[in-house]
Design a binder for this molecule. Structure first.
Ligand SMILES: [Zn+2]
Ligand SMILES: [Zn+2]
Length: 210
């Protein structure tokens, strides 16, 4: 006998066994199915549950709140260290910051955070209200040929007395290395706790638009 979607959902709900880790509970909205059966105006349909992560919720070990991500945002989780860092940091508006930020350890444009925040807000999830700025560094290789020669522990310092011709060639070689290093140099970004980017103006804009 064929069963209705509603009946099937009821049965699966009864039978499903979800493996739970410590600090996890089954999502009360979908019972761990990640899909839920919804009825409106006498018609039923299946909907994707956007309240949970794979049918599970994480219990914050600090405040006990249920979250779909491992990020809670409560004061307890926001460790004392982070709190101190943040209070000492200079705050700069999202719209005034033109550097890069790190997201999942990758350097991104600060505008990339807009989509990320939009998704969190749209899905009713916790979102950060600030983000750390980065400092830019330039990585380039530096090789000093003279230094290499003069600081060689295996030979006496007068062993490598250069005549003019070799001195010239060495200078040229050094010049080549310097140009190569300059060409191959690239920017690196490290998070700095000196500046916190205030995301509230952006959050306000996203909420107004959605
Ligand atoms: Zn769910
Ligand atoms: Zn919490």
């Amino acid at each position: 006998m064929r069963k209705t979607t509603k009946e099937l959902f009821g049965e699966i709900k009864e039978r499903i066994i979800v493996d739970l880790e410590e600090n996890e509970v089954i999502c009360e909205h979908c019972n761990g199915l990640k899909m839920k059966y919804v009825e409106s105006n006498g018609k039923g349909h299946v909907e994707y549950c956007n309240k949970c992560h794979n049918g599970k919720m994480r219990v914050c070990k600090h405040c006990g709140k249920l979250n779909s991500t491992s990020y809670c945002g409560c004061r307890g989780e926001w460790s004392e260290k982070e709190y101190i860092r943040f209070s000492k940091a200079k705050k700069i508006s999202y719209y005034d910051y033109d550097g890069k930020i790190l997201m999942s350890e990758r350097a991104c444009d600060v505008s990339d955070i807009e989509d990320y925040l939009y998704d969190l807000i749209k899905n009713d999830e916790n979102y950060p209200e600030y983000w750390w700025a980065t400092e830019k560094d330039n990585f380039s290789l530096s090789v000093d040929l003279y230094d290499q020669i003069n600081n060689n522990e295996f030979v006496d310092s007068d062993w490598f007395d250069l005549d003019n011709e070799w001195d010239d060639r060495l200078t040229q070689a050094q010049d080549l290395i310097d140009r190569w290093a300059h060409d191959k140099a690239f920017d690196t970004y490290t998070e700095t706790w000196k500046i916190a980017i205030d995301l509230k103006p952006l959050i306000k804009k996203i909420k107004e638009e959605s």
